[in-house]
Every structure is written in structure tokens, then in C-alpha cells.
Design a protein around this ligand. Structure first.
Ligand code: CAP
Ligand code: MG
Length: 553
């Protein structure tokens, strides 16, 4: 594949290539077809001519060496093996499919072959050790490319299951989302989505309790109302008794679920065991006083052995819910602790602190991929964002994450940026958790985004309520009741002073706007798809533009 490097200034590109590739130059003085003298430069990379630049002229202008004519680059990467197979029809029963946004210094075809090679059989050069039959069987295939420019676009790869140690998710991830991020020729690489065939899903257990299990526990499987949760705030600093008192106030006000903040485990000012004991007493008290079943997820995140110790302590205390910071724990310990917790009959609340280090920006991995893996591994509740709160994420993309958690079949929804996907019957749905910068005025909008199978979790929006935590919890409860009665929060606020106070303080996010945006995208799928394939990854950030458009009517 040939590419053009054009004109003056190429010296910069050249030196960049040389610096990045730690290459050396070989200069051959030549005359070109027109008789002008010039230089053929070959970049010698690792002693093999990986990039060859030919047919350009070097001129001395004002005593500076400048490249003035067209330069051609011939790329010969990855040993010349073939990974591109654009007429390949993926085998949905036997292939793992990965979808990437990629851009870099080479033509997209070469970049995608580099991804395929590095993540499957190949390496940077030709090998004497390859058995071509095995290569054909195990290599990743680039089966679709949507170019945005010569050097950027969307790429789909199919990996045969035979490639993998299928019982080992770490090996799978080290292959399909491992070394590829480090390839020098890349300027962006975002792993947008993954599709796991059912054969692979069957090797995982999925959530033991999941959505229905959590609803059963709280007693909402008939009413099907959203759950209300809170994170006791401040994040750290309260002593166990103080912490439990704040939890009590939230429960009494109407919250179903209280959790530790990710910043809180076993600090000196609030020992884990003392806090758990104090909250469990409160939970009994709430049951006695109100008859309601409320729940608490203590954060047990730590090294594996300490998580096990905490799980044992909880069992001794007669408690069976725990919170894990799944991103921090890492896959290896997570798989084991989830299995232990499942065996012990625990409900698992999954917090995702740190995921945005990978999910934001152009290198990394979209949250689709994490959500799918964590559902496979088997958490029962998972943070999936808000679209209207303090954390990044547009409502329509967040809606997609919700579907990954709650649905069995996820439609091919490329216009909303995820691959179609069918969960195996053995993998239970789980309960998504919307959290981060929420208050009662955002409840209507959240239900518009997610539907009612949801935990709406507010820390600041409850404990920052003008009249304190009990009223903060009441304001959330009123907003949820309003939705169940078909009343908007401003309407419901007429009969609920706590809700009115919350709306007065924080305002109201109108679900109408989200509805309008959804309809607009639905009606103009082709337009947005086209936009995706002309603008590229930046088109993912359509929410602002859509919001502006929706305000035009
Ligand atoms: C929310 C929260 C949660 C975030 C996590 C916080 O508190 O406790 O950890 O929601 O974000 O510490 O920010 P507030 P995400 O309700 O006071 O904002 O769910 O996006 O992973
Ligand atoms: Mg928190």
C-alpha cells in the first residue's frame, strides 16, 4: 500500500518517524526522471526496510534543508502476512468480534492489520516458525473497515474462539485489548465494543441474583419501581456511629439502599467492622419502626485475602451484601472473590472508580466492553452513569449501558454506538446504578433514559438537601412516587414540600429534552450513522449538538 507524504515540511514527518521508530537513514544520491539530483532515503528500522521513502528532492533554501517534492512511503509491516479479509462473514457462534476506532501514521488497512497481527498470531516481522495452516486457523481477521480518512476509521476484527484459552478471560483480554495500545504507529485506538459468542458466555456464571434477586430482597418485584440509594457523605471523616446515624436518616426518609463511598474502607476514624455493626443495628431498627427491608453494601475492596476476611466477618454478622470496586480489584482477584461471594449467597454491588482513566479520551476502551465483562463475571448491581449528573456521558450512550445490564437481546444499535448482542439464557440481567451528581430533580430524566429497572443513587443530592438527609431522602422518594403515578416532579412537588425544596435548590432536568433527542436520533439513524463514518470518533460526542438541535423546534 502506497501513501503520499506531501511537500515542504515533510522533514518534520520524517524526523518524527525516525524518532518514533528509532530508525536510521540510508542516503543514496540519485537523479530523478527529470534529471534533477536528489536523494533516495531508506529508513532502516530494526535492520529491515519497514518504511521506504523514495523519489523526493532535498533543496537548500536559505541554508535550510527542505523536502519539496512528493514523497512516497512504502509500508511493509507485519511480515507481509494477510489479516485483511473484507469479504469474511463473521461466524457469530465461534468468533469474538471487536470494534475499534483507530487512527495513525499509516493507511487504515495497515493499521488494522497491525492490530490484528499484534493481538493474534503475528509480530512485526516475517517469521521462520509459522505454520501457515495454523496461522490461517488462528489469526484475527479484519472483516470490515469504514474509512474516515486514509489514516483513520472504524475497524472490525473477528477472532476465532480456537485462538483463546477460553476459560481464561485474562488471556482473552491480554490478546484482544493488550499490546495493541502500545503500537508506535497509532495516534488513537479506542476499543468501542465487543461481542462474545454464546459458547464463551456459557463458561461464565453471570449475576447470581441480578435484577430480580435484588428486587426480591427489597420487595419491589411487584411494584417494579426504581430503587433509591444513597452514599453516605462526606465521603470520609464520619465516625462509625455518626455514619450509621446518617444512614438511618436516609432510610427513614425512604431510601432502600445505603452504600459506602469508594474512598472509605477501613480508616482509623471509621473502622470497617465498627461501621458495619452500627449500620446493621440501624437496619434492624428501621425494620422494627417501618416494616421496610432496607439494604447496605459495605465496601470490602482490598487485596484478595482481606476481601475474603471481610466476607467471613460479614457472614458471621449475618450479612450478605458487599460492595466491590471492580476496576481497582482487577480481573484475577475479581473472578475469585465474585465466585466466593456467589457461593456465600452474597449480592454484589459493583462500583467502577477509575474506569474513566480508560473510557475517556482516544486511547482505551468504551464502557460497553467493561459492562459486558462485569455482567459475564456476575455482579448484581453495576454503576453505569447518569447522562444528567456530574460525570461525563451523554444520555443516549448511557441508555446503551443500561440495556447491556438489563436486556437479553441488545439490538444492533450502531447509530447509538454498540454492537448487537444476545445474552445467553444462563446470564441473568443485573440492576444498573445511576449515580454521580444526582438529586430529586433528575429522577424523571433518569427514568426516561433507563426505564424503571434502576437504582437511583444520590449522595450530595440527599445529604445536601436544605432540610437535611431525612428530607433529602423524602424528596427522592416523592419524585419516584410521582413517576409511578404519572406525575412529573414539578407536579408532584405541589404535594411534597421536600421535593419542592430540592427543585428550588437544584432545578429540574426535563425528560422531554431526552425524549426529543432520542426520537430525533431514531428518525435520523442514517444521518447519524453517516456522520459517524465521516466525522469519526468525535461524532460520539453528539449530545451537545443534538441538544442544541432539539431546542430549535
Ligand atoms: C456519588 C459518588 C459515586 C459516583 C461514582 C461519588 O456521589 O459516591 O462514587 O457516582 O460515579 O463519590 O461521586 P454524589 P459513577 O451523589 O454525591 O455525586 O457512578 O459514574 O461511577
Ligand atoms: Mg463515591
Amino acid at each position: 500500500m502506497d501513501v503520499d507524504f506531501v511537500g515542504t515540511g515533510c522533514g518534520v514527518s520524517l524526523s518524527k518517524i525516525i524518532r518514533k521508530r528509532k530508525a536510521v537513514l540510508r542516503n543514496d544520491k540519485k537523479r530523478d526522471d527529470t534529471g534533477q539530483s536528489g536523494t533516495i532515503i531508506t529508513i532502516l528500522e530494526n535492520k529491515e526496510p519497514q518504511v521506504k521513502i523514495v523519489n523526493f528532492m532535498i533543496e537548500r533554501i536559505n541554508n535550510r534543508i527542505t523536502l519539496t517534492s512528493q514523497t512516497r512511503v512504502i509500508l511493509m509491516v507485519y511480515g507481509g502476512y494477510k489479516y485483511l479479509e473484507l469479504d469474511y462473514e463473521p461466524d457469530l457462534e465461534n468468533d469474538i468480534i471487536a470494534w475499534h476506532w483507530v487512527s495513525g501514521e499509516m493507511p487504515i488497512e495497515k493499521l488494522s492489520e497491525a492490530l490484528a497481527a499484534e493481538s493474534s498470531v503475528g509480530t512485526w516481522t516475517e517469521l521462520k516458525t509459522v505454520n501457515m495452516e495454523v496461522f490461517e486457523k488462528l489469526r484475527a481477521k479484519v472483516f470490515r473497515i469504514e474509512k474516515v480518512s486514509e489514516n483513520s476509521g472504524f475497524v472490525w476484527l473477528a477472532y476465532p474462539l480456537d485462538h483463546f484459552d477460553v476459560k481464561n478471560i485474562l488471556q482473552i483480554l491480554a490478546s484482544i485489548r493488550g499490546n495493541i495500545y502500545g503500537l508506535a504507529e497509532l495516534e488513537a485506538l479506542k476499543f468501542l465494543d465487543v461481542r462474545f459468542p454464546r459458547k464463551l458466555q456459557k463458561l461464565f456464571k453471570g449475576p447470581r441474583f441480578g435484577l430480580e434477586g435484588v428486587r426480591n430482597r427489597v420487595g419491589t418485584n411487584v411494584s417494579r419501581r426504581p430503587h433509591i440509594g444513597t452514599i453516605v457523605k462526606p465521603k470520609v471523616g464520619l465516625a462509625p456511629k455518626e455514619w450509621a446515624e446518617v444512614a438511618y436518616n436516609a432510610f427513614i426518609g425512604g431510601v432502600d439502599f445505603v452504600k459506602d463511598d469508594e474512598n472509605l474502607v477501613d480508616q482509623e476514624f471509621c473502622r470497617w467492622e465498627d461501621r458495619v455493626n452500627a449500620v446493621l443495628e440501624v437496619i434492624d431498627k428501621v425494620k422494627d419502626e417501618t416494616g421496610r427491608t432496607v439494604i447496605y453494601s459495605p465496601n470490602i475492596t482490598d487485596r484478595y485475602s482481606r476481601m475474603l476476611e471481610r466476607m467471613d466477618s460479614l457472614e458471621e454478622m449475618g450479612w450478605d451484601i458487599a460492595m466491590l470496586d471492580v476496576y481497582m480489584i482487577g480481573y484475577s482477584a475479581l473472578l475469585d472473590i465474585v465466585e466466593e461471594l456467589h457461593n456465600g449467597g452474597f449480592i454484589i454491588h459493583a462500583h467502577r472508580a477509575g474506569h474513566t482513566a480508560e473510557t475517556r479520551g482516544v486511547f482505551g476502551c468504551e464502557y460497553n466492553v467493561f459492562a459486558k465483562i462485569w455482567r459475564l463475571i456476575g455482579v448484581d448491581q453495576l454503576h453505569t452513569g447518569t447522562g444528567v449528573g456530574k460525570m461525563e456521558g451523554s444520555p443516549l450512550i448511557i441508555r446503551g449501558y443500561g440495556k447491556i445490564c438489563t436486556k437479553k437481546n441488545i439490538d444492533e444499535a450502531l447509530h447509538l454506538y454498540n454492537l448487537g448482542f444476545n445474552w445467553d439464557d444462563t446470564i441473568n440481567p443485573l440492576m444498573p446504578v445511576a449515580s454521580g451528581g444526582l438529586d430529586a430533580g433528575k429522577v424523571d430524566a433518569l427514568i426516561e433514559i433507563y426505564g424503571k429497572d434502576l437504582v437511583i443513587q444520590a449522595g450530595g443530592g440527599i445529604h445536601g438537601h436544605p432540610e437535611g438527609s431525612v428530607s433529602g431522602a423524602k424528596s427522592m422518594r416523592c419524585a419516584v412516587e410521582g413517576v409511578m403515578q404519572g406525575k412529573s416532579s414539578p407536579e408532584k412537588a405541589k404535594e411534597c414540600k421536600e421535593l419542592k425544596a430540592a427543585l428550588d435548590k437544584w432545578g429540574y432536568s426535563d425528560p422531554q429534552e431526552i425524549r426529543k433527542i432520542s426520537e430525533m436520533v431514531e428518525e435520523n439513524k442514517d444521518k447519524y450513522l453517516k456522520k459517524l463514518f465521516t466525522v469519526g470518533y468525535e461524532a460520539f460526542d453528539i449530545s451537545e449538538e443534538l441538544q442544541d438541535e432539539s431546542k430549535k423546534d
